[in-house]
Design a protein around this ligand. Structure first.
Ligand SMILES: [Zn+2]
Length: 181
């Protein structure tokens, strides 16, 4: 597929998404009681489509986390080196869904998407979840992360979040055995 076929956020959209990112970082780091330094040490970055390579673009997700593993030449000297996580927002997928579901508001939708991906990154960095987990575990993890995203964002008074929660409703049906979050 050609790069030109992917629709990027407008400059106005980028401004909105930047605000969503700032709010998601604050809410998620507060929830996990992370200091500014701890947040920085999570070693992630959030990029929109314009800053993604061809390999980082997917069409079936609103975002994906890509791990860039640190190559440790010497385990003794390099124990502090951490993997880098790039949260890749898929503008075209978000825009497409917003065109279909007119009640979704970009600020609230992006807030949910970014908060969700940040929770993934925190769980990877805290070794609560393995990045290369088997498929069924990944599905359980998806549910856990959606529940956690909902829990954190439920405390925010933002009308635009209600249609977003509705949109993700199916992810909050907890299967037996997954109560231990
Ligand atoms: Zn996820």
């Amino acid at each position: 597929m050609l790069m030109e076929s992917f629709e990027c956020f407008s400059p106005k959209d980028i401004g909105i998404v930047n605000n969503s990112v700032a709010m998601a970082e604050e809410l998620v780091s507060n929830h996990f009681k992370l200091s500014a330094t701890q947040l920085m040490n999570l070693n992630y970055d959030i990029k929109t489509l314009a800053d993604l390579t061809k390999e980082e673009i997917v069409s079936d997700h609103f975002a994906q986390v890509i791990r860039y593993a640190v190559k440790k030449k010497n385990d003794f000297l390099d124990t502090s080196a951490k993997d880098f996580y790039k949260i890749c927002l898929q503008d075209h997928s978000i825009i497409k869904t917003m065109n279909q579901k007119r009640n979704l508001d970009l600020f609230a939708f992006a807030l949910y998407i970014v908060a969700h991906e940040l929770i993934h990154v925190i769980r990877f960095q805290k070794f609560l979840q393995h990045f290369d987990a088997p498929c069924h575990e990944k599905n359980d993890e998806e549910i856990r992360v959606h529940l956690k995203t909902h829990e954190i964002l439920s405390k925010v008074r933002l009308a635009g979040l209600n249609p977003v929660f509705k949109f993700y409703e199916k992810w909050r049906t907890v299967p037996a055995g997954l109560e231990n979050l």
